[in-house]
Ligand binder design. Structure first.
Ligand SMILES: NC(=O)c1ccc[n+]([C@@H]2O[C@H](COP(=O)([O-])OP(=O)(O)OC[C@H]3O[C@@H](n4cnc5c(N)ncnc54)[C@H](OP(=O)(O)O)[C@@H]3O)[C@@H](O)[C@H]2O)c1
Length: 308
């Protein structure tokens, strides 16, 4: 298969490149350099440029497009809605329309398209985003659905080790625990996080299946940010001392976040024939991978098990 991956130098895109590159021909697109340990084919450019999109699509002629590039900073989206919609709605529309009609289009989207008033929402729940980021990503979903039926729209929330160019929240948390720097973790903000390697291995299995449509794919446990911090400290055998309890209501964040972003993954579990990994298992893999080169993180078995 020929697979085109956008956002290939980002947290998710790099892991997708490393995983799918084991058995397929992958071409990545990003505006930042490749940071993995194995060489890959990476085309550098701005995906907001229509002529660039046309030219890479015609050169790559992909069987599958995995669209990971996005404007992901929630507060930056709130400050500049026009840029958010350009990157998270217009860009995917342009890319999906330039994709060969028979190709599978995989659109990575977010738990942030829901209001956050209900725990463990299913794919049947009507979206009601509170933030510009959520609204722009939802618009991207609609553009993909309009352009092709051969799509996978995957709503998720993952953590992992990045290039280090932008510190991820899990990296920030681990560093704080390691250095004993005091941090506040919200006890009234819930999510279902998954380790990016587990996510990518499950995504690969879904792509190779005949299932198409909208899927929630994240971790098997709903936890607060405070629980997540405590459980990371325990898994890493580090002191939870630096973690204090806080409320998202008191944080003064620019974008009004949904407070419960947890997703039900029952549809994906049925499709994949496995249970999403619990938090301790994901954190164990995350911590074990800290010094492991990107290519070697993907060589182990798929996360999740039918008997979990
Ligand atoms: N991280 C999460 O937990 C999470 C949760 C839900 C959904 N998602 C979705 O998952 C996807 C990947 O997220 P991520 O955390 O891996 O993001 P990321 O690390 O920021 O990776 C995205 C990459 O795409 C690049 N990019 C963005 N716009 C581009 C453009 N116009 N031209 C070329 N490259 C461009 C980014 O560069 P810049 O850094 O310069 O923008 C970055 O290198 C996104 O669609 C996001 O909405 C993520």
């Amino acid at each position: 298969m020929r697979i085109l991956v956008t956002g290939a130098s980002g947290l998710l895109g790099a892991h997708v490149m490393a995983a799918l590159g084991l058995r397929h021909t992958v071409v990545g697109i990003d505006r930042h350099p490749w940071w993995g340990d194995s060489p890959v084919q990476l085309v550098s450019g701005d995906l907001c440029s229509p002529s660039f999109v046309e030219s890479v699509m015609s050169d790559a002629d992909p069987d599958i497009v995995v669209h990971c590039a996005a404007m992901v900073n929630v507060d930056a989206c709130e400050r500049d809605p026009a840029a958010a919609f350009e990157c998270n709605a217009i860009m995917p529309r342009r890319i999906v329309r330039a994709t060969p009609p028979e190709a599978l289009f995989v659109y990575i989207t977010t738990d942030g398209i829901f209001s956050g008033d209900t725990p463990l929402v299913t794919e049947e729940e009507p979206p009601a985003p509170r933030t510009v980021y959520g609204r722009s990503k939802l618009r991207g979903e609609v553009e993909v659905q309009r352009a092709t039926t051969n799509h996978l729209i995957i709503r998720t929330n993952f953590y992992g080790w990045s290039s280090g160019r932008k510190t991820t929240s899990a990296e920030w948390l681990y560093q704080a625990l390691l250095s004993g720097t005091p941090i506040t973790a919200f006890e009234d903000f819930f999510f279902t996080p998954t380790y990016v390697v587990d996510f990518v291995q499950q995504l690969e299995r879904l792509i190779e299946s005949t299932h198409r449509g909208v899927f929630h794919m994240c971790g098997g446990e709903r936890v607060s940010k405070h629980d997540f911090a405590q459980r990371m400290a325990a898994s890493a055998s580090l002191s939870p001392g630096p973690i204090s309890r806080g409320s998202i209501d008191a944080a003064g964040l620019l974008a009004p976040r949904p407070k419960d972003m947890s997703l039900s993954c029952a549809r994906a579990e049925r499709a994949l024939g496995l249970a999403m990994p619990g938090l301790d298992r994901g954190l164990g893999r995350f911590l074990a991978d800290r010094l492991v080169p990107l290519s070697q993180r993907l060589s182990r078995g798929i996360g999740g098990a039918v008997d979990e």
